[in-house]
Each structure stands twice: as structure tokens, then as C-alpha cells.
Design a protein around this ligand. Structure first.
Ligand SMILES: [Zn+2]
Length: 302
């Protein structure tokens, strides 16, 4: 009797799961439904994630996708879900592969990121990028029509709360974790966290020189303390807080090894030549190891 009940329960679980994901399939390939009204899109593995959160008062977009055709795919998906205009675009960082597509939504949407985001976007602006993209393919040329740079119209300092319809979005500024302005976005009722690029999925991250390992570790601690059920990384599949544990272990080991070698009097160049992380041989982005070492070395001085 017990066995039969278990079997039926198992079958029910399969049926429920299939129904929950049917919504994402209707939106097209690359969409994942995280929870009711919360969808993540990435055209292929490793691309930046871009997401939409539906509310009674209109949708909110989080990041605007890896490429302009992807931005239009996200917009087409949103139009299948609602006829309301996008109210806000929330950026998790400033880089192009998350922010180039702003113009597809704004205006009328208002773009928001932490203080310094607009300045960094303008500084990183490549005036030739539009030309290069247009020359890439007819599809790309079509996708970039009407492009103009849209910097965030609103910048906040440290924390911001947005109440829209039935949802609450809490924005947390993450200092020195990836770009000049990084934001984690937390939906407390739904327990879904958009974690920016402080941690991705089993990949050596392209750490900029100003990133500090202590700040990365502090961001994992903060984000874990929120107790999310689902974590949406800046790149990679929807996961859980296990990605924070993995990166915490990785950077802790990296700091330990760099620290030991520096204490032996080795120069940064020597350390870069000698230090290996064989435990992480299956992570992607191995070419980023040397600059991860540089950042760890600089972090030792803090
Ligand atoms: Zn980035």
C-alpha cells in the first residue's frame, strides 16, 4: 500500500512539473520558468541571462540579453505573456552583454542600476560597435535598427526597494564584485534571487582589476543570508545557493595558494606561471586563471 502511494505521488510530481514548464516552452527555446510569472531567457549556455517578472501593474525586465536578436526574442516572449508595457529594466551590471538592449524597452521603461552605472556605461561605450554589429549579418543589422545608448535614468546608493503590483523587488548594491556597478535583485515573497555576475556556474569569471576577493566573499555571505530558493546567475543555468558555496571554496583555495607563494617571496609573475587549480579543471574559462591570480594577489594587500 505504501509503495503504491509513493508511486502515484511520483507520477503526480512528473505531471505537475511538465505543466509548470509548458509556459516556458510556449515562449520559445531558451526560456525557463522559475516560478509563476518569472521567466529567464538565455539563447545558449554561457550567454548572459535576461529575465522578466510579471506583475499586475506590468512586467519588469532584469538585464537585456547577450545580443540584440536575443533582446528581441525576450521582448517577443514578454508580448506573449502580457500586453502591458515594461515598467522597469533592472541592471545587474554595466557590461554590454547585459545592458546593450536597453533601447528595446526604454522608453517607456525606466532603467535602474546602482550609482556610477551610467558613467561606466558611457566610458565603456564603443562608437564602432553598432557598425561592427550591422556588418555581422542581415539578422543582426535588422536587430540593431533604432539602437541608441540608454544609460540608467535612476541610480540608487546601497539599497533600493521597488513595490510594483503584488511584487516587491529589493536591490542590493554589491561592491567590487564584477563591474563598476553591480546589483543583486531579491524577490522576498517568491524567494528568487538574481545574483549578478558575482558567481556564475562552474566558470572562471573575467575578474576586472578592481575586484576584491574579500568583497566577493562578503557578497556570497549576504546573498546566502537572504535564503533564496532559486538563484539566477548573470551567466549560466538557474541554480541554488550552491553556486555561492562553490565559488567561496574556489576563491578561498586560490587566496590560500597565492598567499603561501607570496610568503615564499615569489613574484606575481612567478605565481602566475606556477600556480594551478587542478581541482577546477572542468570549469570553463580557464584562460581567466591568470587574472584571477592577479586579483587574489592584489586582494592580499587589503
Ligand atoms: Zn560582465
Amino acid at each position: 500500500m505504501k509503495f503504491r502511494r509513493g508511486k502515484i505521488a511520483g507520477m503526480c510530481a512528473v505531471v505537475v512539473m511538465a505543466a509548470a514548464y509548458a509556459g516556458a516552452q510556449e515562449l520559445g527555446p531558451g526560456f525557463t520558468k522559475v516560478k509563476d510569472g518569472i521567466y529567464v531567457f538565455a539563447a545558449k549556455d554561457g550567454n548572459s541571462t535576461c529575465s522578466v517578472v510579471l506583475t499586475q501593474d506590468g512586467p519588469v525586465v532584469i538585464d537585456t540579453c547577450q545580443t540584440p536578436p536575443d533582446t528581441h526574442r525576450l521582448m517577443a516572449g514578454i508580448k506573449k505573456l502580457t500586453d502591458k508595457p515594461v515598467r522597469f529594466v533592472l541592471d545587474t551590471e554595466v557590461h554590454n552583454d547585459h545592458t546593450f538592449g536597453h533601447w528595446v524597452f526604454s522608453p517607456p521603461a525606466v532603467v535602474i542600476n546602482a550609482e556610477g552605472a551610467g558613467e561606466a556605461m558611457k566610458k565603456g561605450f564603443d562608437p564602432k560597435r553598432l557598425e561592427t554589429l550591422t556588418a555581422q549579418s542581415p539578422e543582426m543589422a535588422e536587430a540593431v535598427k533604432g539602437y541608441k545608448i540608454i544609460a540608467p535614468q535612476l541610480e540608487y546608493r546601497n539599497r533600493m526597494t521597488i513595490n510594483l503590483g503584488e511584487r516587491t523587488f529589493e536591490l542590493y548594491y554589491l561592491k567590487n564584485v564584477h563591474s563598476e556597478a553591480d546589483t543583486a535583485i531579491w524577490l522576498p515573497k517568491e524567494r528568487v534571487l538574481f545574483a549578478a555576475s558575482a558567481a556564475n556556474v562552474r566558470s572562471f569569471i573575467n575578474l576586472r582589476p578592481f575586484v576584491r576577493i574579500q568583497d566577493l566573499l562578503a557578497s556570497y555571505k549576504l546573498m546566502k543570508s537572504l535564503n533564496p530558493e532559486f538563484v539566477v546567475p548573470g551567466h549560466g543555468a538557474v541554480s541554488t545557493t550552491k553556486i555561492f558555496d562553490e565559488y567561496e571554496a574556489f576563491y578561498t583555495l586560490l587566496m590560500k595558494r597565492v598567499g603561501e607563494m607570496a610568503a615564499q617571496g615569489k613574484s606575481l609573475d612567478d605565481i602566475k606561471k606556477e600556480l594551478k587549480m587542478p581541482e577546477y579543471a572542468d570549469w570553463t574559462g580557464q584562460n581567466n586563471l591568470p587574472q584571477n591570480i592577479t586579483v587574489a594577489y592584489e586582494s592580499l594587500k587589503k
